[in-house]
Design a binder for this molecule. Structure first.
Ligand code: AMP
Length: 212
């Protein structure tokens, strides 16, 4: 099964991906996580991506397409869930082409729909653990001790691209470049829409129900 998860940054793609992956044994491929790992490792790719990421812009298509084509090639035959890729029509066309060469297609596109105001509140309140990657929220998902990771006691940080100015840029970029992808995929009839303004658990129930 090959799934694309669409939705604005902060729509809950990462959380829903974990649910689907756990249920179906698929590989979770998050372009944002791969880029953050490259940055942490100080690779050439990480260095190239840095400036774009910190300002809320998209990393150029050719860099992302090459990176994700490599990741998809290593995916198990059970399939994968793509989280954060594709993000432009160009990237979606390149993905279709790469899959077509392997006689594969995308089976389902899950579209998480959320109001901008809710996204802003979610993202600017998000905190994460730099050590284990656990994600918290200052209002909706508090750690047991304020500012400290429940898993390993590390001090939580705000991702540089979750500050209000960068969040506004990321949302603008989403509406301009990524939202048109919903129509791109609707033309092939594989899109399932979800109201993701709700709690993550309620969204989980409807997403899993749609896939069973
Ligand atoms: P994310 O964690 O998915 O929100 O991604 C964080 C940042 O990585 C984005 O704001 C972009 O700068 C970059 N990025 C992630 N995925 C892509 C993609 N498919 N195309 C271009 N840039 C991306």
């Amino acid at each position: 099964m090959r799934i694309v998860l669409l939705g604005a940054p902060g729509a809950g793609k990462g959380t829903q991906c974990k649910n689907i992956v756990g249920q179906y044994g698929l590989l979770h491929l998050s372009s944002g996580d791969i880029l953050r790992r490259e940055r942490a490792a100080g690779t050439e790719l990480g260095k190239k991506a840095q400036g774009y990421m910190d300002s809320g812009a998209l990393v150029p298509d050719e860099i992302i397409i090459e990176m994700m084509a490599g990741a998809i090639e290593e995916a198990p035959s059970a399939g994968f869930v793509l989280d954060g890729f594709p993000r432009t029509v160009n990237q979606a066309v390149a993905l279709d082409k790469a899959l077509d060469e392997r006689s594969q297609t995308i089976d389902a596109v899950l579209n998480l729909e959320v109001d901008d105001k809710i996204i802003e509140a979610r993202m600017t309140g998000r905190r994460s653990c730099p050590k284990c990657g656990a994600v918290y929220h200052i209002v909706n998902l508090k750690p047991k001790t304020e500012g400290i990771c429940d898993n390993d006691g590390t001090e939580l940080v705000q991702r540089p691209d979750d500050n209000p100015e960068v969040v506004a840029n990321r949302l603008e970029t989403y509406h301009r470049l990524t939202e048109p992808l919903v129509d791109y995929y609707r033309n092939s009839g594989t899109v399932y829409d979800f109201d993701a303004n709700r709690d993550a658990d309620e969204v989980k129930v409807s997403v899993l129900a749609s896939k069973s």
